[in-house]
Design a protein around this ligand. Sequence first.
Ligand SMILES: *[C@@H]1O[C@H](CO)[C@@H](O)[C@H](O)[C@H]1NC(C)=O
Ligand SMILES: [Cu+2]
Length: 725
Amino acid sequence: MLPPPRPLLAPLLAPLLALLLAAALAPRHARGQAPEIRRVDIGSRHLLSLLLERLNEPIFMPKGDYDTIYFRVPAKYLHPRFQPLTEELQGASTGGAAVVNLPEVAVPELGPAVELSRFEHFSLFIPRHRRMAKRLVEIFLGMPRYEDFLSASAFCRERINPYLFAYATSVAILHRPDTRNVPVPNAACLFPQKYLDGSVFPRIRMEANVLGPGQREPIVIPRDWTATDLEPEHRVAYFREDIGINLAHWHWHLVYPFDGPRVVVDKDRRGELFYYFHEQIIARFNFERLSNHLGRVKRFLNWREPIPEAYFPKLNNVLASRVWPPRQADARLQDVQREDQALVFDILDLERWRDRIMDAVHSRRVVADSGETVALDEVRGIDILGNILESSAISINRNLYGDLHNFGHVAIAFSHDPDNRHLEPFAVMGDSTTAMRDPVFYRWHSFVQSVFDEHKATLPRYTVDQLSFSGVQVLRAEVQTVGGTRPNELRTHWQQSDIDISRGLDFAPRGPVFVRVTHLQHVPFVHRIQVRNTAGGVREGTVRIFLAPLMDERRLPLSFRDQRQLFIELDKFRVRLDPGVSNIVRWHNQSSVTIPPERTFRNLDQRPPGPAGARFDYCGCGWPQHMLLPKGTTEGLRAALFVMVSDYSADRVEQPARPNACSDGHSYCGLLGQRYPDRRAMGFPMDRMPRPGVNTLQDFLTPNMAVAEVVVRHEDRTTPPQPMP
Ligand SMILES: *[C@@H]1O[C@H](CO)[C@@H](O)[C@H](O)[C@H]1NC(C)=O
Ligand SMILES: [Cu+2]
């Protein structure tokens, strides 16, 4: 039996239906093409991404730019409202367009996945929603052939909440062997309302409805649209609200779901990567704060105290006409009693989990579900702890250690309506797509990181021997900015970029519609590193480059213990060291941390054909290139550039034979389907307390390391959009 689709909102239906009929019956050869029906091979992989477009429009509406593709599905796939009209809606001429006939497949029982209405938000942090997502991902991964997956996906599309559907389909695309080359559409294009000021949508609709594609102009979003500088936290809003950063977080969670079928969750060092990715987010945020004369972020430690930071997101859920709820200054967490979400827990539960985890960290062992004790050692400890703290489905004991990080997000997200008396949905902290916009995200994650730090402090310090690379010395490290006159001066400014959001605009005319955003950018730079190898033969090394501020918020030099936690990774790569002196040149855009700009602001139509296209597609995970450097200050923020060359024979990881076409962004994202490509602890060599006697960065150095003092200078100018390569 096929489950019935979720009811649509009644008031929406009448005008919607009129529109659909008009669209479906209108002659399609208005542009002067002869009516003809092309058939599209359903094995074609890009059809899947078309299913993710305009998710509130029924499947038989035209897809792709300029109405080029029509899906035709069995009547029973459709919403009951449309089933009697199947012939009229699906039979009309589609002159000039291509038609895809999807065969009927048996889709397993959708179970809990149909329980979320189309107009609710979807949150992985809420267990009820996780169960829905898990079921859908299981179904999608279980469909035997690509064609079956495509058809099942079309069936689900018509009856599943759009956010849930897009999430589960994207996870399946990333994890099915036969869809490795399928583009996972950029979420900012599918759901622009989660990334852009709600006030642009009426303007966008006007532009799209009144003007043809060739006449439309980008809608410009000003840089300060959520608050003013009366609110000190607003000084770093350009970081929190950056589209690329929010996409990076969303994409990371697609690659590393914390719940779902075991094959999807249980990845090499996923718990450790949760630690490292968020550690880097906090370090980067603090660097940004110091660039704006703000103190480092304060951990959210006492959950009974009010939260001084307010946040008013100004995002709309366009179709449901619901806004994301704001949080007033001095909001307090309360016990959560959201029966509507099957979610009831107390702040005391969070405190109890925290205390149990802290006990485990300090006694250096955890108790597994089976009652067996497992050591939190140097090798596996951080990974076990990451899965416990997040927590993920592979937590060693969820009964005992609970669901601390996720439920913290939820408690904060419901602080404005903890018992549903106002029928308010959760706030931005409740959704991993939007959470990074809110200042409290960083306070909560700083707390989470402090638990990891407690664990790292119990580990043995790295000895000089472990840090050194015998026979290899780094003689010099410097950066040179393109067009710069002095070495070791990095430069930033503002830049505009356009993003096509037409794929996320339901019930609007076709063709691209652009939004123009302003974001931080840096001037291209290059690393020049001089290394001497006197080891008596060729050696291979891993170059590790980090950047940290020199001064704290009081403008006093940072101690190494503090500075250690502020290092952001800029790059990591393998080099061959011939005997003698090697001069290593490495460009900013080769970084192992970042993905290039066209993957943040990408438009799938610019996808290059052939193998380059495949590479383009699945390299979506990583930090946006434009946010590689912190903003710095107009007078120049002093920073330490740290370069280390470690012995590759100790860093090397045995990989399965299957080559990976894409390794962009691997420092924060790993490699899909492979092991994390560095055997050292993530964050090495800054991840542990320094050995005794080390008080400054200089004290920490061994001969295979070097430090350069650099400045990061910001110019308050805005450059226009750059053409994409
Ligand atoms: C990286 O940047 C440099 C300098 O701007 C440029 O010459 C080079 O083509 C870029 N490489 C890639 C892969 O974009
Ligand atoms: Cu989080």
